[in-house]
Design a protein around this ligand. Sequence first.
Ligand code: FAD
Length: 634
Amino acid sequence: MNYPDEFDVIVVGGGHAGTEAALAAARMGARTLLLTHSIETLGQMSCNPSIGGIGKGHLVKEIDALGGAMAEATDEAGIQFRILNSSKGPAVRATRAQADRMLYRHAIRRRIENQSNLWLFQQAVDDLILEGGRVAGAVTQLGLRFRGRTVILTAGTFLNGLVHVGLANHPAGRAGDPPSISLAARLRELKLPQGRLKTGTPPRIDGRSIDFSRCDEQPGDLDPVPVFSFLGRPDAHPRQLPCWVTHTNTRTHEIIRGGLDRSPMYTGVIEGVGPRYCPSVEDKIHRFADKESHQVFLEPEGLATHEFYPNGISTSLPFDVQLELVHSIAGLERAHILRPGYAIEYDFFDPRALRRSLETQQIPGLFFAGQINGTTGYEEAAAQGLLAGINAALQVQGREPWCPRRDEAYLGVLVDDLITRGVTDPYRMFTSRAEYRLSLREDNADLRLTAIGRELGCVSDARWDVFCRKRDAIDAEMKRLSSISVNPVSLPPERAVQLIGQPIERDHTLAELLRRPEVRYAALMELAGPGIAERADELGLDALRCEQAVEQLEIQSKYAGYIARQRAEVARQEHNEHLPIPADFDYARVQGLSNEVRAKLVAQRPETVGLASRISGVTPAAISLLLVYLKKRR
Ligand code: FAD
């Protein structure tokens, strides 16, 4: 049967990518349908209930700046918040939260159910409708045909999912959920380039059976409790809980080694490659054989459950080995396992076959986002979902796609890495992946992206209003600090030492003084107050936004030199970066290119010279040759 309504955007899958995609497209006014296996599992965290961390937190703040749901939902569901790297520079500081799994799902579901232009339907999708080579909708298990002008696939780990515990395995999307077999078969028929990856999860433990007296307590940051969303309020978080730390030991490692002959990883039963940066415990003791102990973080799964997530012992060893290894760890001697750990293998699609908009090159109108593109992690998935949702909506509105640049957002780094380099193992975000990380900080995600989101149509009036007030306050204050000067007469040595740590020797503006590492804004306000906090009412800012504005003034001042150098570098790269390569460009005509480089360029068809230069194996010499031919063509 043909479903009577037609849609602009159909999203398949209600995980982290799918929910952000659907919300973004609907916010932009596109008639959007979210088709998913189960309404109960919307926003389900398949693995550890935590959001953020280094690199990932940056993505969450960017999603938030573009009006996405992840940061707000985490603020509503977070039971422990921490700022990681708080003693280091602002570029690598990152927010991490432990979330109550159930509250998080509720927060996402409520947003989906209350979003205008968004319809929800529970049903497995088995097939895609294609017309004239273009996607035209999706067909569900019941044979219902939903027509859509664009389709975004966000099937996560479900495509041909195979769950392993020891040498036993069974098809599943994740434990307790069905796999997507028919859809996977259909995608194979379409000959989209694909591969197999794997990921894993630890056994879960009943907190009532943990001896916490044998573990170290790890409290969150409580004064103040950090927030994720630009609009967040620390007093709106639920009750906060500590996490706990324990360790594996030589006995644990012996038990694991003794079970490797029944490990699906080490006996070759699993073919997919696992996440390099989030290895299983058996991988860890194999790769770091000289280490006698590894940390295990015991993380509560929520306020209304005793379930604990032992972060650090992800495993697919047989259950008897899991039980023994858990019992060998201090504090877990009498632990009761609630759910076994497992590994899952699944199909993913080579992201090098995608455009920068996340639309597939092969099938116009079909977008891929999330784990299906070879990434791992909720944040990476949500960021891609948001981008795919935005670009699907832009396409139906007849507008150009939005493709964030590497110097603009971690989202740009993520997509650029995926489509130029592809993946060999599940891709996760790190700050080290961003060459312009001094400019791409968590603290300025709103300043980098809110105006873009507003232009695209995915930022609400309420967010825009608060954002403008904060941005204007920072700009006006920076001008004011630049207009006030002090000199040795107006600031005698003792007073200068008292306020800024050292005497001043000549005329300085307050903006110049603020650049000194030891000078704080609050001290300058004793000279030229009232400062932002004292003028909060007049500026229309609440206490947290005032603090953020002051933080911005300090960071922008103290890092001004480095940031200017980075901007100059971006400007230098700019020209070639955006030089387009026509879709029909004939690489055979470029003499001097090696066959290997030519084959890579033909296979990936990069849209710009910048993208071409980042394909592995494409040398600077090859780019020079390409530039010569592109100039001739013009
Ligand atoms: P998912 O969250 O998997 O969502 C996919 C959605 O699509 C589901 O709602 C599903 O029901 C729906 N769906 C699938 N097929 C269909 C269909 N045919 N029709 C309708 N609906 C469909 N990440 C980490 O960062 N660290 C980890 O340690 C980690 N470990 C993991 C361990 C396991 C066992 C698993 C399963 C995942 C793990 N992840 C981990 C990854 C993390 O869960 C994913 O990266 C993230 O959930 C991906 O989001 P997604 O939206 O792409 O897919």
